[in-house]
Design a protein around this ligand. Structure first.
Ligand code: FEO
Length: 392
């Protein structure tokens, strides 16, 4: 494998992992992922920016096979998909120093047992010259971990953004195209950054002063269209929710499905966009993406052994962790002989500070009167959504 040139002296060492299907044993990867290291070569020094997941270390070293000397390893983030091969890099290049911030140094010492003397500690805004290539360190904490930073390469106007602006996407294309990268980027943002959108907003403001020609993240392709990328992030992290309802449901014997179908039809008739997700084939990424811009979440559940269906409970717990910008929430469902599904769901979503709209919990198969309750819920949601922007 040969490093791919982004611009003079700047190369990507993109370690594709086409067959990986789960990240963190949790997040589905329908398009695999990549771990992107970068090489920046100045007239005097060479820096390797991040490494790769240790499972794919041999690919990283194949990229580096002609590289005789590395002076600096810039570590943006201690999570092992980027830092995990640094100990191996230091074995191969014992003269190299690890350049990072104090928090990341602490994490690398505890997570990878790197010795303190291997580090050069930098502060926010500090620079490091490689000879005609100036690296400026830009702290970006809480992209989803507290120690994360990026690097701005001044001469080439390239921001190495780590997880920020990344996408779980294995690809042979060096640069992203706007249509192809939109969904993987949204999925990635939704899964790990949505709970930290206040920090993301602050980072977007911080980065506004930098002139950018490239954004080079640690997952997925490099972006040559920074404005497009920053704008979609701003839409997700800064703008309010859209005129959209996520209906996430399970039905065991068809009764909850009848309620959900009626609700979806009535909402659509009222001009409300609906994303209807059957949770029997659970995709955490689809749920997370739908939560990015929905104003309302309606959970549909049957009652199983006195509580909600376990897959519904998992979805509710996940939504609670992701802290979406929901304004309204409701529950519809059916029970056979009793239970406390509604109360259990309410206990699972304390982080969601949304107004609760008129849950509809019925016994058995819906009657005409039950369906009228659903119609009223749909009308109430449509009323509450008045004035919200349409889905983009
Ligand atoms: Fe791609 Fe947070 O690691």
């Amino acid at each position: 494998m040969k490093p791919e040139k982004i611009t003079e002296g700047v190369y990507t060492l993109r370690v594709n992992h086409f067959n990986r299907r789960l990240f963190d044993s949790l997040i589905p990867l329908p398009q695999g992922t990549s771990y992107n290291a970068y090489l920046v070569k100045g007239s005097e020094k060479t820096a390797l920016l991040d490494s790769a997941d240790p499972e794919k270390a041999e690919v990283l070293f194949d990229f580096l096979k002609e590289e005789k000397k590395i002076d600096y390893v810039i570590s943006h983030h201690a999570e092992q998909d980027h830092s995990g091969s640094i100990p191996l890099v230091l074995e191969r290049y014992p003269e190299a120093k690890v350049v990072t911030n104090a928090k990341c140094k602490e994490f690398l010492m505890t997570h990878l047992h790197l010795p303190a003397e291997k580090f050069i500690e930098v502060k926010d805004g500090e620079t490091l010259s490689l000879g005609g290539k100036t690296l400026e360190f830009v702290f970006l904490p809480w992209v989803h971990w507290p120690e994360t930073m990026g690097t701005y390469l001044r001469e080439d106007k390239c921001l190495f953004s780590c997880d920020f602006f990344g996408s779980h996407m294995a690809t042979s294309e060096l640069f992203s195209d706007e249509r192809g990268v939109y969904e993987p980027m949204k999925r990635y943002y939704a899964e790990i950054m949505m709970p930290f959108r206040t920090n993301i907003k602050a980072h977007l403001e911080k980065l506004a002063k930098y002139e950018l020609a490239f954004i080079a993240p640690s997952h997925g392709p490099v972006h040559k269209n920074p404005k497009f990328i920053m704008d979609i992030y701003s839409d997700w992290a800064v703008c309010g929710p859209r005129n959209k309802v996520l209906v996430a449901y399970i039905s065991m014997h068809g009764s909850t499905y009848m309620l959900v179908n009626r609700l979806v039809s009535r909402l659509q008739e009222a001009g409300v966009s609906v994303e209807k997700l059957n949770l029997d084939q659970f995709d955490e990424g689809r749920v997370a993406m739908a939560l990015v811009d929905s104003a309302t979440l309606v959970i549909g559940t049957p009652t199983v052994l006195t509580g909600p269906h376990p897959k519904v409970a998992y979805a509710a717990y996940l939504a609670n962790l992701l802290r979406p910008k929901l304004k309204f929430v409701s529950v519809v469902g059916s029970f056979g002989w009793g239970g406390r599904a509604l109360e259990t769901i309410a206990g699972l979503i304390p982080n969601i500070k949304a107004e609760v709209l008129k849950p509809v919990i019925i016994k058995g198969m819906p009657t005409a009167a039950d369906l009228v309750q659903i119609d009223e819920l749909a009308a109430l949601i449509a009323e509450k959504h008045k004035g919200l922007p349409a889905c983009g």
